[in-house]
Design a protein around this ligand. Structure first.
Ligand SMILES: [Zn+2]
Ligand SMILES: [Zn+2]
Length: 286
């Protein structure tokens, strides 16, 4: 495998050390509908956990809370296409849930996401639509949780890598991301990434939280509901200077140097063993 992993999975690594910045590329606030945390509280939570930058990625909604003196907050959106049919169809009992994070975007002036209409039901066409939308937003694209409902396999991601896909989420720390499938014969997300790289697809791997619960995580868990906490999977980027990247250079991330030296894995808390749908936003709001 030849590729760079833009990830670190060891919670507690201090940010801003030797030019490394700790960042989160996938998190939700109450603009998603499946989180109760206001954006400002999510920003405060990540700042308290040593983060230098975060990208807020609500479902089909660009959330752009202000940065703080200690943390850069960058707008993003999880382009959430939950469609009734897709080709090829999902395995029995699963759904077509194809999600792409558009990162480092410019918030649309009217709040509407400037995506094209849906053109077809193939998984490539659905993902292509998200990549096109990401371009229109001026961002870079991350294909999320490829094994969640088996949304994307290696041949498809290889095609998308030639269509503008930049990042692949190989370690989504949500308990239901299915990165390591229990199904016999199904590849792990990491194995999918390996196959993409071997086929010539030029995508960087990322680790993320996909968090929905913060200060309320303990309460939500105590009430018996599924918990999606934060600070489990994150990226470390090596900046050329110890200063934080400028918001005037929203595409600065690809110019930073990824490094494998901080990569390791820790277990994630699992509050349940069931496999349920958590991203319920349907389509784009247009
Ligand atoms: Zn998602
Ligand atoms: Zn998400």
């Amino acid at each position: 495998m030849t590729g760079w992993l833009v990830v670190a999975l060891v919670a507690g690594v201090p940010g801003s050390v030797n030019g490394y910045l700790k960042g989160q590329l996938h998190l939700h606030t109450n603009n998603s509908g499946d989180s109760a945390t206001p954006p400002a509280d999510a920003v405060r939570w990540y700042a308290a956990h040593g983060y230098d930058f975060i990208v807020v990625t609500d479902h089909n909604h660009v959330t752009a809370p202000p940065s703080t003196p200690t943390m850069l907050v960058i707008p993003g959106v999880e382009l959430t296409q939950n469609v009734a049919h897709c080709v090829p169809p999902p395995p029995l009992g699963l759904r077509c849930l194809l999600h792409v994070n558009a990162l480092f975007v410019a918030p649309p002036p009217d709040g509407k996401i400037p995506g094209p209409p849906a053109t077809g039901a193939s998984r490539f066409e659905i993902y292509h639509r998200a990549l096109d939308t990401t371009r229109r937003l001026g961002g870079i694209a991350q294909l999320n949780h490829p094994n969640f409902h088996y949304a994307a396999d290696a041949p498809l991601i290889t095609l998308l890598a030639r269509d503008g896909l930049t990042l692949l989420e190989v370690a989504n720390q949500s308990w239901d991301s299915n990165d390591v499938p229990a199904d016999k014969g199904q590849p792990t997300s990491e194995a999918i990434w390996d196959a993409v790289l071997t086929a010539g697809g030029d995508v960087f791997g990322t680790a993320t939280d996909d968090a929905h619960h913060y200060y309320d995580a303990r309460t939500v868990g105590a009430s018996g509901h599924d918990v999606f906490p934060g600070d489990l999977g994150f990226v470390m980027v090596r900046a050329e200077s110890p200063q934080k990247p400028s918001m005037k250079q929203p595409k600065s991330m690809p110019t930073m140097s990824p490094d494998l030296s901080t990569t390791s894995l820790r277990g994630m808390p699992c509050t349940t063993t069931s496999f349920t749908e958590v991203h319920s936003t349907a389509g784009y709001p247009w």
